[in-house]
Ligand binder design. Structure first.
Ligand code: PMP
Length: 306
């Protein structure tokens, strides 16, 4: 991934992709204390536009604040850097990765002379799952790994170190023939996927999603809330058990990378009809229309890169 053409924004400058290097004593590499975002830009009639850029940048700054990191750039500069990498790499659609990390100015947990460095890269990343997954849905399993506890890692921060737990869970799911993991919180209630929030539709016609205790405050999750309110579908945040997912009419994951992804099977049980359900299909089509600039609602959610 490091050996390719293009440019990366690092600490205020665009530099050639191959030269965006860091030292092996980079503090964040050792202890995982860093924050990042996953953002997407989509092709629209007005060129590439970044979806909910401001909300992602706001979350990046909140994550840094939670970890006590001071980002040496303004939100406007980080927004502009994101537009720049899409533009300068001539991308019509892209996945963007802003990250803030501690440098190699010191070592050890007590290091107090660390500089916060910021980078933004962008590349083409068409589909997180196989394209047919969007239509057919995916197979998931309950993870044997527990999701973060609110007082162990900081769940509201999209922090580098938090993703060790995600990778363990995802690897286990993939190795057992599933496409994604469903992690439960430390009390045994449904939390989220390795990089997605979850929604279930029950036979009362209401959409349910876990409360924001041990799962990330997803921006796609929020987008689904807005769509549901447009459609007159009630959404309730509540504690959900794994067997409620087993007997749901529909279930889907949401995330910037995964977008809106139907779940067809959980722990070997078929969910609903075993295919993408009508509410999931509606949310998915609204989402793709929204991100590609085909809806009139929420124009402020798209930021042109030019
Ligand atoms: N949960 C986790 C753990 C994630 O990494 C992500 C992806 N950022 C999400 C949920 C979904 O968040 P969003 O919709 O903002 O991408």
């Amino acid at each position: 991934f490091a050996d390719r053409d293009g440019v990366i924004w690092l600490d205020g400058e665009l530099i050639p992709w191959r030269e965006a290097q860091t030292h092996v004593l980079t503090h964040t590499l050792h202890y995982g204390m860093g924050v990042f975002e996953g953002v997407r830009a989509y092709e629209t009639d007005n060129g590439a536009q970044i979806f909910r850029l401001q909300e992602h940048t706001d979350r990046l700054f909140r994550s840094a604040h939670i970890l006590g990191m001071k980002i040496p750039f303004t939100k406007e500069q980080i927004n502009e850097a994101q537009k720049q990498v899409v533009r300068e790499n001539n991308l019509s659609s892209a996945y963007l990765r802003p990250m803030c990390f501690y440098g190699s100015e010191g070592m050890g947990l007590r290091a107090d002379n660390l500089k916060v460095h910021c980078m933004v890269a962008a590349w083409e990343w068409p589909s997180y799952m196989a394209p047919e997954a969007k239509e057919q849905g995916i197979k998931i399993r309950t993870s044997s790994y527990t999701r973060h506890h609110v007082n162990i890692t900081m769940c509201k921060a999209k922090a580098n170190g938090n993703y060790m737990n995600s990778m363990l869970a995802l690897r286990e799911a993939l190795d057992s023939g599933c496409e994604e993991a469903l992690l439960l919180d430390n009390e045994g209630y449904v939390a989220e996927g390795s990089g997605e929030n979850i929604f279930i539709l029950k036979d009362d016609g209401i959409l349910y999603t876990p409360e924001l205790t041990s799962c990330l405050e997803g921006i796609t999750r929020d987008t689904i809330f807005r769509f549901a309110s447009e459609l007159g579908i009630e959404v309730r945040e509540k504690r959900i058990t794994r067997d409620e997912v087993y007997v749901a009419e529909e279930a889907f994951f949401t995330g910037t990378a995964a977008e809106v992804l139907p779940i067809r099977e959980h722990d070997g049980r078929i969910i609903g009809s075993g295919k993408r359900g009508p509410v999931t299909a509606k949310m998915q089509s609204m989402y793709f229309d929204q991100v590609s600039g085909k809806r009139e609602q929420w124009p402020e959610w798209l930021s042109p890169v030019k």
